[in-house]
Design a protein around this ligand. Structure first.
Ligand SMILES: NC(=O)c1ccc[n+]([C@@H]2O[C@H](COP(=O)([O-])OP(=O)(O)OC[C@H]3O[C@@H](n4cnc5c(N)ncnc54)[C@H](O)[C@@H]3O)[C@@H](O)[C@H]2O)c1
Ligand SMILES: [Zn+2]
Length: 399
C-alpha cells in the first residue's frame, strides 16, 4: 500500500518527423518511390493498399500491374469515400483489412491512395490499430495534395459534426504526384483551389497574384500543362511565375505555406492559427449543407464572409474585398450561400468554433491581402453586417 499522498509523474517527449515528397508518375513501373516508402525487408509480407472506389476504377489496373511487376504480394481494398460516408464504421472496415493483411506493428506500413476522405479514414484506423502503426499517404485530389498532405490530423464525422472523432497521427511520408489531377472533375479542382485561395489570402500575396492571373487556366488544364499556352499569362503580359511553371509554383507555395504554419504548432497547443482562416463558420455550415457544398467551397464562403468582417473593422479596403470576391469567382468558387446570410446559423457556427478554440473566438481575419490578425470580440451585430454584405452577392433570383 502506498500512502494517500504518494504521487508519481511520467514525462516524455514525442519527436515527430515526416516528409512530403514529390514523385512524378508514381504508378510507372520504373518509379520505385511507392514501394521505396515502405519497409519491404521481407518480400513475402502482404502489402496492404487502400484506395477509394473511384481511384480503383481509374487507376486500379495500373496499380495492380505495378505491384505484380515488382512481385509484391498485396491485399488491395477499395472503399467508398463520400463525405457522408466518412464515419467510424469505415475506420473499422480498414482495421479489419489490416487484420486480414496481417499488418505488422512497424514493418510494412499500409499505403492509402485517394482523396482527403480516404486519407483521413485510413489515418485514423492506423492511429488506432495496435495503438498506432505507421502508414503512407498518396493524395489524388488537389485538396489532398496541398492541404491533407501536410496535415498531422486524421478524423471522421460524428453526430453531424465535422471531424469530431480523430487523432494527431501523421504518416511516415506523403507522396505527391500531380498527374493524378488529370482525371479529377473540374468541381473537385475548384474545391482544392478553395484551400489554396485561403492560404493566399492570409499568408502569400504572391500566391494570390498567381491565382488571379493563372488560376482559371490551371483548373481548365487540370494542372497538367507545363506552362500556359504561349508561355505567358492568359491575360497577356510577361509570365509572373518564377518556378518551373505556374502549376508547380502554385502547388509548391501552398504546401510550403502549410508547412511553415503547421510545423511550429503541430499539436495545436496554440489556438491562434491563421490556417484556420475559412474554417471558423464553415465547419458547422458545411455539414448542414451536405451534400450541397464541398469542403473547399465552404472554406471559400467563409473566407469571403470573413473578408466582410475584416472590412467592417477597417482591416481590408473595399478594393481588396472586391479582388477577393473577383478571384473566388474567377476560380469558379461560390461567393454566396443562404446559410452564410443566416445570422442564427452563423452565430451557432461561431459558438461551436469557440468551444473548439477552448472558449475564445481566436478568429483569423485578413489584414490586407496576404496577412492575418486575430479577433476575439466580434459581436452579433458585426455578424449581421457581414451577412447583409454577403446577401448583396446573391444571384438576382435568390434575393
Ligand atoms: N487531415 C486533415 O488535416 C485534412 C485537411 C483538409 C481536408 N481534410 C479532409 O479531406 C476531405 C476532403 O477531401 P477531398 O476534397 O480530397 O474529397 P474526397 O476525398 O471526397 O474526394 C473527392 C472525390 O474525388 C474522387 N477522386 C479522388 N481522386 C481522384 C482522381 N485523381 N480522379 C478522379 N476522381 C478522384 C473521390 O473518389 C471523391 O469522389 C474532408 O473530409 C476534409 O475533412 C482533412
Ligand atoms: Zn480545410
Amino acid at each position: 500500500m502506498t500512502s494517500p499522498s504518494a504521487k508519481w509523474e511520467v514525462r516524455a517527449e514525442l519527436g515527430v518527423h515526416y516528409e512530403i515528397v514529390e514523385s512524378v508518375d508514381l504508378l510507372s513501373v520504373d518509379n520505385v518511390a511507392l514501394l521505396g516508402s515502405v519497409d519491404r525487408s521481407d518480400p513475402s509480407d502482404t502489402q496492404l493498399v487502400l484506395v477509394d472506389t473511384t481511384i480503383d476504377r481509374l487507376y486500379g489496373d495500373r496499380l495492380r500491374a505495378y505491384l505484380e511487376y515488382h512481385r509484391v504480394p498485396y491485399h488491395l481494398v477499395s472503399l467508398p469515400s463520400a463525405e457522408e460516408q466518412k464515419t467510424i464504421d469505415l475506420v473499422l472496415s480498414v482495421a479489419s483489412a489490416m487484420n486480414e493483411a496481417k499488418a505488422f506493428r512497424v514493418r510494412n506500413p499500409p499505403i492509402a491512395i485517394g482523396g482527403g476522405v480516404m486519407l483521413d479514414i485510413v489515418g485514423l484506423a492506423a492511429s488506432l490499430y495496435r495503438r498506432g502503426i505507421p502508414y503512407i499517404r498518396v493524395p489524388t485530389t488537389l485538396l489532398g495534395l496541398v492541404d491533407v498532405s501536410v496535415a498531422a490530423k486524421t478524423g471522421v464525422n460524428f453526430e453531424g459534426f465535422r471531424n469530431r472523432l480523430g487523432s494527431y497521427s501523421p504518416p511516415l511520408r506523403t507522396l505527391i504526384d500531380r498527374s493524378f489531377l488529370a482525371t479529377l472533375p473540374t468541381r473537385q479542382l475548384r474545391n482544392g483551389m478553395g484551400e489554396i485561395f485561403k492560404m493566399a489570402l492570409i499568408k502569400d500575396a504572391r500566391l494570390f497574384g498567381l491565382l488571379e492571373r493563372y488560376g482559371a487556366e490551371l483548373i481548365e488544364g487540370k494542372f497538367q500543362d507545363a506552362a500556359p499556352p504561349g508561355g505567358t499569362a492568359a491575360s497577356g503580359g510577361p509570365p509572373l511565375w518564377t518556378g518551373a511553371n505556374p502549376a508547380d509554383e502554385v502547388i509548391g507555395r501552398a504546401i510550403q505555406g502549410m508547412v511553415e504554419e503547421l510545423q511550429p504548432n503541430l499539436w495545436e497547443k496554440q489556438l491562434e492559427r491563421s490556417v484556420d482562416y475559412g474554417h471558423s463558420f464553415s465547419p458547422l455550415l458545411e455539414m448542414r449543407a451536405l451534400p450541397d457544398l464541398y469542403h473547399g467551397e465552404a472554406v471559400t464562403l467563409d473566407c469571403v464572409f470573413s473578408a466582410f468582417l475584416a472590412a467592417h473593422r477597417g482591416l481590408l479596403r473595399s478594393d481588396e474585398v472586391h479582388r477577393v470576391v473577383a478571384c473566388a469567382r474567377s476560380l469558379g468558387l461560390p461567393v454566396w450561400h443562404p446559410l452564410f446570410c443566416d445570422a442564427d446559423a452563423l452565430g451557432e457556427a461561431l459558438a461551436d468554433t469557440v468551444r473548439h478554440r477552448n472558449g475564445d473566438q481566436n478568429l483569423p481575419v485578413m489584414a490586407g491581402i496576404g496577412s492575418a490578425r486575430f479577433l476575439n470580440d466580434v459581436t452579433p451585430a458585426e455578424l449581421d453586417a457581414a451577412a447583409a454584405a454577403m446577401a448583396e452577392l446573391a444571384p438576382v433570383g435568390a434575393r
